[in-house]
Design a binder for this molecule. Structure first.
Ligand SMILES: Nc1ncnc2c1ncn2[C@@H]1O[C@H](COP(=O)(O)OP(=O)(O)OP(=O)(O)O)[C@@H](O)[C@H]1O
Ligand SMILES: [Mg+2]
Length: 469
C-alpha cells in the first residue's frame, strides 16, 4: 500500500480518533477485513458481517500488529471511528489512488467473464509493468477498495473487476478508483432478479463507459448490441472487439484444438497473429479479445498480445477447470457460478470437449434469477437435452425445473435424474461414469457443487451432508 498516517486517514474519512497515542504513525498496509491476515503496519477494518461482527476481532488484530482499527465504535485500543466502515474503506482507497498519478486504472464489467478477462488481462499487462489485480472475484464495494489499497509506489497498472447488483453501483465503484480504460463484456441474465430486465442490466453496465474521462478508452463488445450501443454513453474514445469484421480487435478463423480449447487469428491494427488459448470453452474468445484490446491500448504489440494470451492460464479456480483422471474420466469443474447464459456456454464446451465420448452434466440451481427462475431453469433443461448428454443429474430442490425441461425434449435418449444434495450427486455420478466419460459440474456459487467436482477428482472427499442452501 502507499503509506498514509492515521491523521491522513482520519482526514479523508472524517473519522474521530479513539485511544490513538500518536496520529502521525503510518499505516503501511495491508488493509484487511480478516484479522488473521493482519501484519505489522496493517489497518484492520471491522465490518459488520452477517455471521460475525468484525469488531469482535479488533483486539486480536491489534495484538497481531495492526496500527489501528477502522470501526463503528470504540474497540478498547487505537481506533478510527466512522459511521460507515465500508464507505470509509472506499474513501481511503480513493486517497491512495489520488496519491498515485502514474497508475493507469482499467475497469472491467459485464454479466459474465469479468474474472476470466481480469486474469487474462493481468497476465498480459504484468509484462508492461508492475500490476495489481483483484484476488478471485473481489469486485464489490468491499473487494474493490481492498484491491486498490494494494497498490504501491511501484505500481503502474491497476486492473479492477466491477460488479453491479443495481443501478449506481458501478458509478460508486468508479468513484473509488476512476478508470481510464473501461471494458464492457456482455449484457446477460446474471442477477436479472435484482434488476428486473436486460435493459436495466445494460443501463447499469453502461455506467462504466459513462464514467470514463474524455481522454479515456471505452472497450466495447461489438457482437453484443446492448454493449455496442454504449458507444453513445461515453465521452471516451471507443475501441470495439468481437468476431464481427467491423471490430477494431477481431477474432477470425475461430476453432478449437483437439482438447477443446479455442484458437483463433487475432486481427488488430492491420496485423494478424495466431492465438491458442489454454482455457476451455469458445465463450472465452470474447474474454481473450477484451484482454487483447486492453493490452494493445496500453502499448503491447499484436504479436506479444497473441503470445501472452496463448501462455495465459486460468488463475481463478472452478471456472471450466478440466481434470483428466487416471481412470480416463474427465471432470469439468465450472461450479464457481451459473446463470442461463453460462450454463449454455458450458454445455457447448462440454460437447466440444467430449468429442463423441459420453457426456454427463451435474447441474444445480442458478440463484438470483427473480420471477422468471422456474422458466429459465426449464430452458436450461431443454438445452441440456439438446446437447445430447448421456446423463443429467439435477441437484437440489431449486434446480428441479431443469429436470422438467429436460424431460420435455422428445427426441432425447439420455437419462435424467434428480437427487436431493451434493453427497447423493457424487454417488449418482460414480454409479454412472465409466472410462472415457466427460462430466460437467455447474451451479451457482452458494449451492456449493464444487464439492461434487472435488470429490469426483479425488481432491477433497465429500462430507455426507445436505445442500448449503
Ligand atoms: N462470454 C461468456 N459467456 C457465457 N459464459 C461465460 C462467458 N465468460 C465466462 N463465462 C462463464 O461464466 C462463469 C463465470 O466466469 P467469470 O468468473 O469469469 O465471470 P464473472 O463475470 O467474474 O462472474 P461473477 O459475476 O460471479 O464475478 C464461468 O462458468 C465461465 O465459464
Ligand atoms: Mg468474477
Amino acid at each position: 500500500m502507499i503509506p498514509l498516517s492515521v491523521a491522513e486517514i482520519a482526514a479523508v474519512t472524517g473519522a474521530e480518533l479513539d485511544a490513538v497515542p500518536d496520529a502521525k504513525v503510518l499505516v503501511t498496509g495491508p488493509v484487511v477485513i480478516d484479522s488473521r491476515e493482519v501484519a505489522p503496519g496493517s489497518l484492520f477494518a471491522a465490518l459488520p458481517g452477517t455471521r460475525t461482527d468484525g469488531h469482535a476481532f479488533a483486539v486480536a488484530a491489534l495484538a497481531a500488529g495492526a496500527v489501528a482499527v477502522l470501526a463503528a465504535r470504540p474497540v478498547g485500543g487505537p481506533a478510527l471511528i466512522v459511521p460507515d466502515v465500508q464507505a470509509a474503506l472506499g474513501k481511503i482507497a480513493r486517497a491512495v489512488i489520488d496519491r498515485a498519478p502514474n497508475v493507469t486504472v482499467v475497469g472491467i464489467t459485464g454479466s459474465a467473464g469479468k474474472t476470466t478477462t481480469k486474469d487474462l488481462a493481468a497476465q498480459l499487462i504484468e509484462k508492461l509493468g508492475p500490476t495489481v489485480a483483484p484476488r478471485e472475484s473481489f469486485n464489490n464495494e468491499i473487494g474493490h477498495p481492498l484491491t486498490v489499497l494494494k497498490i504501491t509506489s511501484q505500481t503502474r497498472y491497476l486492473v479492477s473487476e466491477l460488479a453491479a447488483r443495481g443501478l449506481g453501483h458501478i458509478t460508486d465503484l468508479c468513484a473509488i478508483a476512476p478508470p481510464r480504460l473501461g471494458v464492457v463484456l456482455c449484457v446477460g441474465h446474471a442477477h436479472t432478479g435484482e434488476f428486473g430486465s436486460l435493459a436495466a442490466i445494460a443501463a447499469a453496465k453502461g455506467e462504466l463507459p459513462a464514467a470514463l474521462p474524455a481522454d479515456g478508452v471505452a472497450i466495447l463488445n461489438i457482437d453484443d448490441h446492448r454493449v455496442a450501443a454504449m458507444a453513445h454513453r461515453t465521452p471516451a474514445r471507443v475501441v470495439t472487439f468481437g468476431r464481427s469484421p467491423q471490430a477494431d480487435v477481431q477474432a477470425q478463423e475461430v476453432g478449437t484444438d483437439a482438447l477443446g480449447r479455442p484458437r483463433f487469428s487475432l486481427v488488430a491494427r492491420g496485423e494478424t497473429a495466431p492465438v491458442q488459448l489454454q482455457l476451455y470453452g469458445e465463450h472465452h474468445v470474447q474474454n481473450a479479445l477484451a484482454a487483447a484490446a486492453i493490452a494493445a491500448e496500453l502499448g503491447m504489440s499484436v504479436a506479444d498480445v497473441a503470445t501472452g494470451l496463448s501462455a495465459a492460464v486460468a488463475r481463478s479456480r472452478w471456472r471450466m477447470e478440466v481434470t483428466r483422471l487416471p481412470d480416463g474420466i474427465t471432470v469439468i469443474n465450472d461450479a464457481y457460478n451459473a446463470n442461463p447464459d453460462s450454463v449454455r456456454a458450458a454445455l457447448t464446451a462440454l460437447s466440444t470437449l467430449a468429442h463423441g465420448r459420453r457426456a454427463f452434466a451435474v447441474l444445480g440451481q442458478m440463484t438470483e434469477l427473480g420471477d422468471d427462475a422456474e422458466r429459465l431453469h426449464e430452458t436450461v433443461g431443454e438445452a441440456a437435452a439438446a446437447a445430447g448428454l448421456a446423463g443429467l443429474i439435477v441437484v437440489g430442490e431449486g434446480a428441479a425445473p431443469i429436470l422438467v425441461g429436460a424431460k420435455t425434449a422428445a427426441s432425447w435418449h439420455g437419462e435424467p435424474v434428480w437427487v436431493p444434495d451434493a453427497a447423493t450427486a457424487v454417488r449418482a455420478a460414480r454409479d454412472r461414469l465409466r472410462d472415457g466419460d466427460v462430466v460437467l459440474v455447474k451451479a451457482s456459487h452458494s449451492i456449493g457443487l464444487e464439492r461434487v467436482a472435488l470429490a469426483l477428482t479425488g481432491e477433497r472427499p465429500i462430507a455426507d451432508e445436505g445442500p448449503r442452501s
